[in-house]
Design a protein around this ligand. Structure first.
Ligand code: KIV
Ligand code: ZN
Length: 522
């Protein structure tokens, strides 16, 4: 067998993933994800769509400044103002890339662009040339390529490559193609674009019919060199091809694909957890590679087989994606050394201050729970991932609830300026009552968009993990709370989302922490 080809991984979690409904992240969260993508050793991070909003632009700039071991790309329509913004975003990156696109399918050209194919081709060429003035690395994508006329696609690719495109990308924008058709399309491109050897050839697949990864893998067999994907497969509608499935597919079946990536697969699990925690988009339990059941062997026959020899039913090991092979447990007698050791084994190295705080929280948790599992530690450490200033924090709460009375909550909060505020409210159950009490204290207009509760481990003493989304002026803010008391977890999740909302309002208005009183009444 010849040496495996190393394929480039282009991660678009922060652009295609983040732009999908309910997956938005603030600047600090995006930076946290970008740092993890760097640890994961993806080749390219698409950090955003610079012209989409000032927040997007700011995040691309921040990622470009901070992440030095990956190419940083910004998306731009094939328009000068988009490309100007995109360049403004990535200009400080160690390795910047401009990624410009225009639709090439008859349906898009006619109804969306209202342009003839020759006009689209001219615009694409002009804009690749325009982007080249700024940046040597220019990617061109033919949006809706899989519903385009192949002959037009050949002409378009040949022309943009002549204009200087260093990567050409074939997106299956609406998740329409099949592995067999995609194979034929790529073969056609290979045989009919004479200058294709001057560029990288990329694919970008959506999952509308559940074939995003299968189509990407079919493309690998046709020798494409860049694979576009997102962590957990988040993205527009049904999402994008999932990075973890592509990467582990290549690694596990190298005998078949003869291809691999530079990804450090032991960082996959952590990346998955981080993205689901920060976006609030939970991973389904039976999701390939990173789902909670991906390595769980329930049936007796399987358990017996795995104990006798792991490879009977396991085609990859939990350790290969960074799930500690030895799921050791800690308890209230475990010391700081064991705690720190465990975190290191799990792939976390926290700065001293965060470690001290996490250890205190671990001790408090171990007092409530007999056994502290890795999943508890993960949940605890991830809570620290993106620190948000606490405009409001919980001092105490008292709930009166039962099946024959109206639930009442008395909630006491401390605001950023140190003032203590208390409110009492009734509601439809204890969570509703406590949220109404908090609403009264906060006094800002917003609504609860979604609420979800999960147990981190098994058992009645398990920590509850609550994920909420609140909405203000069409913007969503995620919050996460963790506690063995599900009401406390709910309150903390709500406050976490409220604090993120305040943080953003404060940044937009240039106000200091502690100014929440005036912000609530503006
Ligand atoms: O799905 C798509 O076509 C895209 C392009 C902009 C690459 O996301
Ligand atoms: Zn896309």
């Amino acid at each position: 067998m010849t040496a495996a080809n190393t394929l480039k991984v282009f991660d678009t979690t922060l652009r295609d993933g983040e732009q999908s409904p309910g997956c938005s992240m603030n600047l600090k969260e995006k930076l946290e994800v970008a740092r993890q993508l760097e640890r994961l050793r993806v080749d390219v991070i698409e950090a955003g769509f610079a012209i989409a909003s000032p927040d997007d632009l700011a995040a691309i700039k921040a990622v470009s400044r901070e992440v030095k071991d990956c190419v940083i790309a910004s998306l731009a329509r094939a328009l000068p103002k988009d490309i100007d913004h995109a360049w403004d975003g990535v200009r400080e990156a160690a390795a910047p890339r401009l990624h410009t696109f225009i639709a090439s399918s008859p349906i898009h050209m006619e109804h969306k662009l209202r342009k003839r194919p020759d006009q689209v081709l001219e615009q694409a060429v002009d804009m690749v040339r325009y982007a080249k003035q700024y940046c040597s690395d220019v990617q061109f994508s033919a949006e809706d390529a899989t519903r385009s006329e192949p002959e037009f696609l050949y002409r378009l690719f040949e022309a943009v490559i002549d204009a200087g495109a260093t990567v050409v990308n074939i997106p299956d924008t609406v998740g329409y193609t099949t592995p067999w058709e995609f194979t034929e399309l790529i073969q056609g491109i290979r045989n009919n674009v004479p200058n294709l050897d001057k560029t990288e050839l990329a694919v970008h697949c959506h999952n509308d019919l559940g074939l995003a990864v299968a189509n990407t893998m079919a493309a690998v067999r046709q020798g494409v060199t860049q694979l576009e994907c997102t962590i957990n497969g988040i993205g527009e509608r049904a999402g994008n091809a999932a990075l973890e499935e592509i990467v582990m597919g290549l690694k596990t079946r190298q005998d078949f694909y003869n291809a691999d990536t530079n990804v450090d697969t032991t960082q996959i699990y952590r990346a998955s957890r981080l993205v689901s925690t920060l976006t609030g988009a939970q991973v389904q339990v039976n999701k390939a590679v990173v789902g909670a059941n991906a390595f769980a062997h329930e049936s007796g026959i399987h358990q017996h087989g795995v104990l006798a020899n792991q490879s009977t039913y396991e085609i990859m090991t939990p350790a290969s994606i960074g799930l500690a092979a030895n799921r050791m447990v800690l308890g209230k007698h475990s010391g700081r050394h064991a705690f720190e050791d465990r975190l290191i084994t799990m792939g976390y190295s926290l700065p001293k201050e965060q470690l001290d705080e996490a250890f205190e929280q671990f001790k408090a948790l171990a007092d409530k729970k007999k056994i502290v599992a890795d999943a508890d530690l993960e949940a605890l450490v991830e809570q620290k991932a993106a620190h948000i200033p606490e405009t409001y924090s919980l001092k105490r709460f008292v709930i009166n609830s039962g099946n024959s009375i109206t639930s009442t909550a008395c909630v006491t909060l401390v605001n950023g300026g140190g003032a203590v505020k208390e409110a009492v409210a009734t509601g439809d159950g204890p969570v509703d009552a406590s949220y109404r009490a908090i609403d009264e204290i906060v006094g800002l207009e917003f609504e609860l968009d979604s609420y979800g509760l999960n147990a981190v481990t098994e058992g009645t003493d398990a920590q509850g993990e609550v994920l909420v989304k609140i909405k203000r002026e069409q913007k969503l803010y995620n919050g996460r709370g963790l506690s063995t008391d599900v009401i406390e977890a709910s309150v903390n999740a709500y406050l976490n989302a409220i604090n993120k909302m305040y943080d953003e309002i404060r940044q937009a208005s240039g106000k200091e922490a502690g100014a929440e009183e005036s912000m609530a009444h503006e």
